[in-house]
Design a binder for this molecule. Structure first.
Ligand SMILES: [Zn+2]
Length: 292
């Protein structure tokens, strides 16, 4: 089973951090067109996790995606990492996001992905807040160590039914493989840009389950400049030292030039489904059960 997903926030981030440059909006629109055309040609449906503010400030973007029959999920309200929020802040963020998206598309939102997969050991309570807001499927757990946390003790690399404090959540953790004894993601974001396509495809064939994830920013050919200290601290909410800023710059620009072509080939050669379709195909009584 191969799932394809996109995280949609670029228009909102551009407006919030750069004031909203027309040429940037046009570039995002053009790449969204390319993604939607690619999925249409291959007759595949994806899950698009959208930030709530997109539904409020750029509703036409969300409606265009929904009109093509793709699933619209939630990607928080303002793209702040959940592990940088208190429970009360996250509760409000989630409620606002889900309300905005549901009003925009006129449908229930059932799937969620946290910015930067920021649900881990220290904020498992986030799952309870998602359930309170009607979310049934989550894809926020990165079951290995990474910047911004990860959840290395989650212990499962496939869809699992998670029980936490009385609630149940259908979890779709990010796909991980072992390279020289270490855990690595391989079919999304910077990992997809870094690894050659033959390697990504080989790992996907080996695994009974994979979930690919992309931001439009992963697919744009041009590199971003190095963030100023001020921009970095506003966006990442951590110290904007030169080392932090360069590390982030390299990670977010590695392999960008070839990324779109790789995605085209991957989609052409893979049968993808979205989270909604995967949910219906999985026997949740027979899958891994995890109590956190
Ligand atoms: Zn995101």
């Amino acid at each position: 089973m191969n799932i394809i997903s996109f995280d949609i926030e670029e228009w909102f981030i551009e407006k919030a951090f750069n004031g909203g440059r027309a040429e940037k909006y046009a570039e995002f629109d053009a790449y969204l067109d390319k993604i939607l055309n690619l999925l249409k040609t291959s007759e595949e449906k994806a899950t698009f996790f959208c930030v709530g503010k997109m539904a409020e400030e750029f509703p036409e973007v969300i409606r265009r995606i929904a009109a093509e029959g793709h699933e619209i999920g939630c990607h928080s309200n303002i793209h702040t990492w959940l592990n940088k929020m208190t429970q009360e802040q996250m509760r409000q963020d989630t409620r606002e996001a889900v309300d905005s998206i549901e009003q925009c598309i006129g449908q229930k939102v059932l799937s969620y992905r946290a910015p930067a997969f920021s649900i881990g050991e220290n904020n498992k309570w986030a799952l309870e807040i998602l359930a309170e807001n009607g979310i049934e499927r989550d894809s926020s757990i990165f079951p290995a160590s990474r910047d911004f946390g990860g959840f290395p003790d989650f212990g499962c690399n496939e869809p699992a039914l998670v029980t936490y404090n009385g609630i149940k959540m259908k979890e779709f953790p990010i796909s991980i493989t072992k390279i020289m004894g270490k855990d690595f993601a391989y079919c999304g974001g910077g990992y997809f840009r870094f690894f050659p396509l033959w390697f990504v495809k080989k790992e996907m064939r080996k695994a009974p389950f994979s979930i690919c994830y992309f931001h439009i920013g992963d697919l744009l050919p041009d590199s971003n400049g190095v963030m100023s200290r001020e921009e970095y601290e506003k966006y990442f909410k951590e110290k904007g030292t030169l080392i932090n800023r360069y590390k982030r710059h390299i990670k977010s620009n590695l392999g960008k030039k070839g990324a779109w072509g790789k995605l085209e080939k991957l989609v052409a050669h893979t049968d993808f489904i979205n989270l909604d379709m995967a949910d219906k195909a999985i026997d949740w009584t027979a899958c891994t059960q995890i109590t956190l």
